[in-house]
Write a protein that binds this ligand. Structure first.
Ligand code: GAL
Length: 381
């Protein structure tokens, strides 16, 4: 090989390796390129760790305001080190042929999460589904399944959870007849729910048809039991619901938590000591707001609120670093190492949404989030 060819060969080798492992740290809020040099397109995401690999699933967004609807589907990336992500394509595609399909192109698919079911050896995806042309009125949960973490996922069904089941902490007044005035739909924000959800009895209103489910997450406990968390009752109250052994449906065991607190963007983690922590947000659409945190000794509560976990400037506290939580990622191989994952939404050009990943710090019984321009996993050492 002459000298020129050798240099060329080394140049090609070099550019390939830098492309595949170019990041050695996290840079919250910056463009984050995948192995092809494209900004990662996995918004409202969640992460599955399986067979030594992390898989990041999220909403594939396109340019402009239209990007807030599902034009493509759920995107998946894989990584060994959490810094560098390989594009694995579209895990769940919207239905481009049948405009009446639940997941027809143009519907809304948000906050997709995937968990692995050991008993069935299947990968199960849950997501917030809004049927085409209904705005946010459908408030349903969609389920899809695959034999492989990178898909393709097959859409199975959607539902409003826990139809015909009262929560474990139901109150007597929920079981009384619901006033006709309550049967009208509200807009999903506190500004247009005229009274406390309990005085209106939104839970009772939706008993027969199933409970509303918008912002959501999944959590798998140490014993393999999985839970579905979703903003319900016109977003006013969070539900934590147990999933069946195959993770495909609800068992009917669930609790209402944080009534009238309008908790959105819910996420749960569990420490090695068995304490559960919750991070969520207030309900202000795409606009950021102060994060909320809470703790409990049991997944079904009682949950105690711990306030805003953000420490920093007034603006950082008021806007959670201009972002909204989406997932808490346990870092493998490190004890009690958790990453707060959030979205900095760009509703006018959805594809440009940015990712805010920050280490979760412990301060006595609280959890804390602090801004870092860049950081790496050594913070957990
Ligand atoms: C947010 C929610 C997002 C999306 C948005 C739409 O509150 O967290 O997932 O639904 O509202 O306005």
């Amino acid at each position: 090989m002459n000298r020129y060819l050798l240099l060329l060969f080394m140049g090609i080798l070099c550019s390939c390796t830098t492309k595949n492992s170019r990041y050695t740290n996290f840079q919250p809020g910056q463009v984050w390129e995948d192995n092809n040099g494209q900004h990662i397109n996995a918004h409202g995401g969640g992460i599955l760790y399986h067979n030594d690999t992390y898989y990041w699933y999220g909403e594939h967004k396109i340019e402009g305001h239209q990007g807030n609807t599902a034009q493509v589907g759920v995107h998946v990336y894989s990584s060994k080190d959490l810094y560098n992500w390989k594009d694995e394509g579209i895990a769940l595609e919207v239905d481009t042929l049948n405009p009446k399909a639940d997941i027809a192109k143009g519907c809304i698919i948000e906050r997709p999460k995937v968990i692995y079911n050991q008993k069935t050896n299947k990968y199960i995806m849950w997501f917030h589904l809004e049927l085409i042309s209904l705005g946010y009125d459908a408030a349903r949960s969609g389920v899809a399944i695959s034999d492989s973490p990178t898909g393709p996922f097959t859409y199975l069904k959607s539902m409003r959870p826990n139809k015909g089941n009262w929560p474990l902490n139901v109150e007597e007044f929920h079981k009384r007849a619901v006033a006709d005035s309550v049967k009208s739909a509200y807009c999903g924000g506190k500004e247009c729910l005229p009274n406390h959800p309990d005085s209106l009895n939104i839970l009772g209103r939706d008993f027969e048809g199933g409970q509303m489910a918008r912002d959501m997450n999944l959590f798998v406990d140490d014993n393999g039991k999985a839970y579905h968390l979703y903003s319900s009752e016109e977003n006013s109250t969070l539900h934590i619901a147990e999933l069946s052994d195959d993770y495909l449906s609800h068992t009917g065991n669930y609790v209402r938590v944080f009534p009238n607190r309008y908790m959105e963007a819910p996420s749960i983690m569990k420490t090695s000591e068995g304490k559960y922590y919750f991070i969520g947000s207030d309900c202000t659409s795409w606009n950021p707001n102060p994060a909320r945190s809470a703790t409990s000794d049991h997944i079904f509560g009682p949950w105690t609120e711990l306030g805003n976990p953000v420490i920093g400037t007034e603006d950082q506290k008021a806007t959670t670093f201009k972002s909204q939580s989406t997932y808490i990622l346990p870092v493998q191989g490190k004890k009690d190492a958790f990453i707060f994952m959030a979205d900095r939404w760009k509703p006018n050009n959805a594809i440009d949404g940015r990712y805010i990943w920050l280490p979760i710090q412990f301060d006595n019984d609280r959890i804390i989030l602090e801004w870092k321009d860049q950081w790496d996993l050594s913070v957990f050492n």
